[in-house]
Design a protein around this ligand. Sequence first.
Ligand SMILES: [Zn+2]
Length: 302
Amino acid sequence: MARLTTTLAMSLIAALGAASAVAADDPLLRPIAPAYSAKRFLTPAQPVRVFGNTYLVGFGGVSVALIRTSAGLILIDGSVPQSVGAVEEHMRALGLSIRDVKLILSTEPHFDHAGGIAALERDSGATVLAGAAAVPVLRARGLDPSDPQASGLERFPAPRKLRAVRDGERITLGDVTVTAIAMPGHTPGSTSWSWKSCEGQRCETVVFAASINAVALGGYRFSAPAHRGRVDTIRRSITKLRGIPCDLVLTSHPELSDGEAKQAQLARQRSPNPFLDSEGCRKAANAFEKRLNDQLAEEAKR
Ligand SMILES: [Zn+2]
């Protein structure tokens, strides 16, 4: 677990407490799967500036990233509704304000990444950008009957101001351009995001990688003949992640890139920066490939 300063820990607890206290009056902050989420996703993590204009303001089990531009902030993902107060508190701890967020980018329309987006959108007035196939699922509050995890996915508040992006689309805000990279498979609309961050003369390509994990619930089988297309899509996305320019990877679940340990280390000392790793995307791709192969091997036994 990352170490927190006492003040920050107290404000985090206050923010989470405040979120649950008002939940009855605020549908956008109503907790989703509280016990599961709190344990697995909302492990406290100290907010940090990762490199240059790139920050992490999320948790030990689920990432929320922030890019500072000359014309406002770009937020990536929103965790679960009950964590929104803590995300905004993390921003304040870094001297940043939710009111300066102009764009919110969504990696996938699952509750653990998109559940808090509607509240963050309301608090900021930002526009929400997502892969074209993710937009109808976000509008349907996460409902996609064809999803391999459909039987276990929670509904969440739908963002209002949604815009679809296409693969390779470049989105510019002030002095930062973010490229949308479609990585379908875990969900059809899954999208990774890439941009340049500079510290002094040193500029690096940062990738916020969407999950390409093959996760099945309720008896779904990736090995079923009808799902061959999905497996091919996952393999193509893994190959894509392996090949893109990438000096620094952030994964939507930190565990896929050892992010929790890196974030804790960075909060203690900045040099050498533990996030700078030109093999990061390749390692994450290998982890996704192993997950898929393990899943198929497991299904073959049943
Ligand atoms: Zn997911």
